[in-house]
Design a binder for this molecule. Structure first.
Ligand code: SAM
Ligand code: TMP
Ligand code: ZN
Length: 408
């Protein structure tokens, strides 16, 4: 796949600032006896000289990532189930109180958010290209269209169902390189007072925490308030609110409306000023991030090698998409981590992408407990630590690597 230096938002020049090297698809868990050739691409990240948008230098074709067997289930953690129920309830008492409101979700996955809207008897539509997870949503009573959202999809939705009061998208908008098509579609789809609300990892948190594992094939864009505001304005939209949310290790919830339709909140100006003051898009910040990433790799490898030399058993906890970057960038293999435990049925019995570490169900974790568990699902740490108290009681230790490598 060719590296492109043309910004996917504004056609400016993207300057590369870190190269993670050859990486597999983060959600391509392999059957142990598979003889299929594994797909790799160069995972490198850059920032646009003109609009500051942080983005990948190489794009993976969307059908390779999002298909019938896409394994990620949004309902896989209690924390995210609660989060999305709260999001839906908030919409129901704010944006969705008019006559016969209509909500569209881009990337509804297993229906974790739309289920609450459906249960309230309101019109809604989830647009979800990954067939397996879309079927789960449909089985819960959620209306789903199996499709990639883009400009033409929006036109078909308008023909059938009219305009939307809310377009919502969580952990999906940043996955879409053809972002201009999506924004033209959203702009057409929104009713005059409608809002486009999306939640995605915040580049500011990624820099602060050296959470470089947020960089992988699916995370094509790493948004900032500055870059999102500029992007929105190119498509007749305006950033009218921004809110920090404590999920997935630090995200922002952005609200866009038609330009001039709503008064931007004070939070927008405050975050823009904060980003400018800290120089979030500056060459110095981007170089510093790269140095921190290399340091983090050295420390994690040193710790894992020492534990192996001491004869300790170490396993991974959570076969997250994020962990693909850690495993393959650091060169972690079965010699350092015996297996990775994960609750997702479609990942169990398979091998992790690239590193080929076996994935086992939760029963393997306690049979018997290892000495150490490397917490790949660190964004769910509270939930996991509470659930796995017996591991610590057995003398086990957690290893974290965000914001720094340490035994917890
Ligand atoms: N919204 C859920 C959440 O926050 O947990 C799902 C997030 S999951 C990481 C990303 C989802 O986006 C996948 O289910 C994928 O199939 C879907 N997706 C990818 N490209 C899409 C597009 N162009 N339109 C709609 N959904 C898309
Ligand atoms: P995520 O960080 O992208 O949400 O992925 C979390 C992964 O961790 C997902 O594969 C499910 C798994 N998981 C567990 O195995 N046990 C748990 O208790 C939780 C919360 C997640
Ligand atoms: Zn740009």
């Amino acid at each position: 796949m060719p590296t492109t230096t043309e910004c996917r938002v504004c056609a400016g020049t993207v300057r590369e600032f870190f190269d993670f090297g050859r990486q597999p698809l983060s959600d391509a868990f392999r059957l142990p006896d598979s003889t299929d050739e594994e797909f790799f691409f160069r995972l490198a990240v850059g920032a646009c000289d003109a609009c500051t948008m942080v983005q990948l230098m190489e794009e993976v074709p969307r059908e390779r990532m999002f298909h019938e067997d896409y394994p990620y289930l949004s309902s896989g953690s209690a924390g995210m189930r609660n989060h999305f129920e709260a999001v839906a309830k908030r919409f129901l008492t704010s944006e969705l109180t008019g006559e016969d409101p209509f909500t569209v979700e881009i990337g509804c996955n297993d229906g974790v958010m739309l289920k609450t809207i459906a249960d309230a008897g309101q019109r809604h539509l989830g647009v979800e290209p990954s067939g397996g997870v879309a079927d789960i949503a449909a089985s819960l009573g959620v209306d789903v269209r199996k499709d990639f959202f883009e400009e033409e999809t929006a036109a078909r939705i308008i023909d059938r169902s009219g305009h939307a009061d809310v377009v919502f998208s969580a952990n999906t908008f940043c996955h879409i390189p053809y972002i201009g098509s999506v924004l033209r579609g959203v702009e057409a789809l929104l009713s005059p007072r409608g809002v486009f609300v999306f939640e995605d990892p915040y580049f500011g948190d990624i820099v602060d925490k050296t959470s470089y594992d947020q960089v992988y094939d699916e995370h094509f864009f790493l948004f900032t308030v500055t870059s999102v505001r500029t992007m929105a304005s190119r498509f007749g939209l305006e950033l009218v609110d921004v809110e920090r949310i404590p999920v997935h290790g630090g995200e922002l919830r952005y609200t866009l409306a038609r330009a001039g339709a709503r008064e931007p909140s004070a939070a927008v100006a405050a975050m823009l000023a904060e980003e400018a003051e800290r120089g979030l898009a500056s060459q110095e910040t981007l170089r510093g991030f790269g140095e921190s990433v290399r340091r983090s790799r050295e420390r994690l490898l040193a710790l894992l090698r020492r534990l192996r030399a001491e004869g300790r058993r170490v396993v991974g906890y959570g076969a997250t998409a994020k962990s693909a970057t850690v495993v393959n960038f650091c060169g972690i293999d079965e010699g350092l981590i015996e297996f990775v435990t994960d609750t997702t049925p479609a990942k169990q019995g398979r091998l992790t992408p690239g590193g080929h570490i076996p994935v086992r169900g939760p029963e393997a974790f306690s049979d018997p407990y290892p000495d150490y568990a490397l917490l790949f699902a660190w964004n769910h740490s509270e939930e996991i630590m509470a659930k796995e108290r017996a591991f610590r009681d057995s003398g086990g230790h957690w290893i974290g690597y965000v914001p720094e490598v340490r035994v917890l």
